[in-house]
Write a protein that binds this ligand. Structure first.
Ligand SMILES: [Zn+2]
Length: 308
């Protein structure tokens, strides 16, 4: 893809300029067309705000090359996921798309399978193939000991059905853009998921701010879902990863602590997605580069500062 090649490689600070916090945006569509020619400036704003670890979900095969280009451009900061988004599960193409996901998982290091799940807001007619695609991708994640990143819209019961039937020590991940109620939060956590909290927590009618303080912070990770769902005061406008700070500020209010503490805790959580799960057998595989990289990542050593 051309969109990054034309630019000079910009200097990526290993420490942010204005802050020592390391924030993690666990879900950001950095490749979105919405950023256009402003992409590098947007990335610099994120770094300067302390947002140094950015996890990029896949939508479908048409974005894979852009994602790989971004990773090549920002190798210390950008971590890719691979998966087929539920809104892109279409009868004519989903089998080919799933084959692409599997071949990518087999040929490149991805840090999660996502975003995957069920969306009944946009299209109810594809429910059966959405369920099948979700289940298949969960199984690929489990076989590779990778976390999943779940997209769920108007489909809590359907998503929980699949998660419950696939539940095992190998199933863990993040419930991206979590917008459920307290009971649903408990249920998601019980199934090995962390809650991805973003701009919705800052909305007046967002509701999740009302019970989050009853959820242990260890189950929470931050995200933006940029370019969508911008937090207040940018609600309705284009979102970007530097706004992760605004979500952290809201959580600091909710939990009665400092933004620095939220940053530290949620970044640590993002490195411990599989906490509470049986990990004893996880890394006893062949010492390939892939395994070493994943091992460091989950051991928490995979911060941008130490990543080689
Ligand atoms: Zn997304």
């Amino acid at each position: 893809m051309k969109f990054l090649e034309s630019r000079k490689v910009s200097f990526v600070p290993l420490r942010p300029k204005f802050t020592d916090m390391i924030l993690t945006d666990t879900h950001t569509h950095l490749y979105s067309e919405e950023f256009g020619t402003e992409r590098d400036a947007m990335m610099q704003r994120a770094f300067e705000a302390g947002v140094q670890r950015l996890f990029v979900p896949s939508i479908d095969s048409s974005y894979t090359q852009k994602m790989l280009d971004l990773e090549a451009h920002y190798p210390h900061n950008v971590f890719l996921m691979m998966g087929l988004h539920p809104c892109y599960v279409k009868p004519e193409t989903f089998e080919k798309e799933l084959a692409w996901v599997e071949s990518q998982l087999n040929s490149h290091t991805y840090y999660a399978v996502g975003e995957i799940g069920i969306d009944l807001y946009w299209d109810k007619t594809t429910l059966a193939i959405q369920q099948a695609a979700f289940r298949q991708q969960i199984r690929w994640a489990k076989a590779r000991k990778l976390p999943i990143n779940i997209h769920c819209r108007d489909a809590f019961d359907e998503v929980f059905d699949v998660l419950e039937s696939e539940s095992s020590a190998e199933l863990f991940g993040i419930f991206h853009c979590f917008t459920g109620d307290f009971d649903q939060a408990q249920r998601a956590i019980g199934l090995g998921m962390k809650l991805g909290i973003g701009g919705v927590a800052t909305f007046k009618n967002g509701k999740i701010d009302q019970f989050l303080n009853q959820i242990d912070i260890e189950h929470i990770v931050l995200e933006t879902d940029a370019p969508y769902l911008a937090p207040v005061p940018h609600r309705g406008k284009r979102n970007e990863s530097s706004y992760t700070v605004l979500v952290a500020q809201k959580l600091a209010e909710i939990y009665g602590c400092t933004v620095a503490e939220i940053a530290e805790k949620t970044t640590e959580n993002s490195k411990n997605i599989r906490r509470g799960r049986n990990m004893s057998h996880v890394f006893s595989l062949v010492e390939s580069e892939l395994v070493i990289k994943r091992k460091d990542f989950y051991a928490g050593a995979y911060s941008p500062v130490t990543k080689k």
